[in-house]
Write a protein that binds this ligand. Structure first.
Ligand SMILES: Cc1cc2nc3c(=O)[nH]c(=O)nc-3n(C[C@H](O)[C@H](O)[C@H](O)COP(=O)(O)O)c2cc1C
Length: 338
């Protein structure tokens, strides 16, 4: 194993940061604990994205926040789902900045802070404070759920672009944009965000769709951890977008094994991010993953991660139509023939 580590280069770059491997802990309350961040580094993580600081946490007074949390009315689904953990840790805006400072003191790996919101407003000013606190980069999670029938797709897209432009004015550190897959033209949206200055695109948010509790006739938040099946949607779009934007691509959602990481790289991602895998198997699973990654590369005669990045993107494969409608027809007819 030591020999493989000497001969195989797992390094990658993301947002201008040189990373020793493509394993990144994605944003979650797990990263709200400095001891966890240290354990992630000890287990071989290359960078950590901190849990999000939500627009609502910055804009609302704490009693208002409590009320909204209880009523769940005007908060995004993700905020409703995750804020209890965050508020449980008393991670208000000031504590968030302190947490960045502490993480930077505790570990050498890059720390990427995360702001989560949808509207332009005073909260965006926090981006500058996040930079001053020492974050190496910023991830902007635009978790927007378009429920207003009067708002057009074009308006929604403009809102995303405006937000990215506004945040880019606040900071000089790189900014990655995390978003969901529900756009009429995902590839075009990626280009627009690229043109707006996004240094990275993090694909994709998972939407925590509420379920119904039939006994109590209530709508309840529903958080199910991912599995590798969720990787496929991300592979598809990263493979399609790769090469058409300058921004670095990060894959989040469904990374659970070394093979999942290899697939992410081949599609064109610079890094493979993980939360569910670490929640299910523990932080030390990162160690297993980097070993298995080395073994996979060794067995398949790869010298480096860079060599495989984008090698299975849409433009690199001999059958690019597999990403298009022709494949859809083929898949359907192959099933009928079984
Ligand atoms: C418990 C939990 C909390 C999360 N909190 C955040 C968050 O604060 N901000 C954010 O951008 N994503 C958050 N996420 C989403 C993850 O960063 C990740 O994008 C998503 O879980 C898909 O990756 P996975 O399949 O590796 O879990 C959270 C996910 C989970 C499971």
């Amino acid at each position: 194993m030591i020999d493989l580590a000497k001969t195989i280069d797992l390094s990658t770059t993301y947002l201008g940061l040189k990373l020793k491997n493509p394993l990144v802990a994605s944003s979650s309350p797990m990263c709200g604990d400095v001891a966890n961040v240290r354990r992630m580094e000890d287990s071989g993580v290359a960078a950590v994205v901190l849990q999000s600081l939500f627009e609502e946490q910055i804009e609302l007074e704490s009693d208002e926040l409590d009320r909204f949390m209880t009523e769940g009315s005007e908060l995004s689904a993700e905020a409703v789902t995750h804020l209890p953990e965050l508020t449980g840790r008393v991670m208000g805006p000031d504590a968030y900045l302190t947490h960045i400072v502490k993480c930077k003191q505790a570990v050498k790996v890059p720390i990427i802070a995360s702001l989560n919101g949808t509207t332009r407003g005073g909260w965006l000013g926090y981006a500058r404070q996040i930079q001053q606190a020492g974050a190496d980069a910023l991830e902007l999670n635009i978790y927007h759920i378009a429920v207003d029938p009067d708002v057009t797709g074009e308006q929604v897209e403009k809102q995303y672009v405006d937000l990215v432009q506004s945040i880019k004015k606040e900071v000089t550190i790189p900014v990655a944009v995390k978003l969901g897959p529900y756009f009429s033209s995902m590839a075009n949206m990626a280009r627009k965000l690229d043109a707006a200055g996004a240094d990275g695109l993090v694909l994709f948010n998972r939407f925590y769709q509420p379920d119904y509790d039939l006994e109590n006739l209530e709508v309840v938040p529903n958080l199910i951890l991912s599995n590798s099946h969720e990787l496929l949607l991300r592979l598809h779009w990263i493979a399609v977008i790769y090469g058409s934007v300058k921004a670095d691509l990060a894959l989040t959602g469904g990374v659970h094994s070394a093979q999942d990481i290899v697939k992410s790289m081949m599609a064109g991602a610079r890094v493979a991010m993980m939360t569910s895998a670490l929640l299910k198997r523990g932080i030390s699973y990162l160690d297993t993953l980097s070993t298995e990654l080395l073994v996979w590369l060794g067995e398949h005669e790869y010298d480096s991660i860079r060599q495989m990045q984008g090698s299975m993107s849409r433009n690199a494969v001999p059958q690019p139509k597999a990403f298009e409608r022709a494949n859809y027809m083929k898949v359907l007819s192959s099933y009928a023939a079984r």
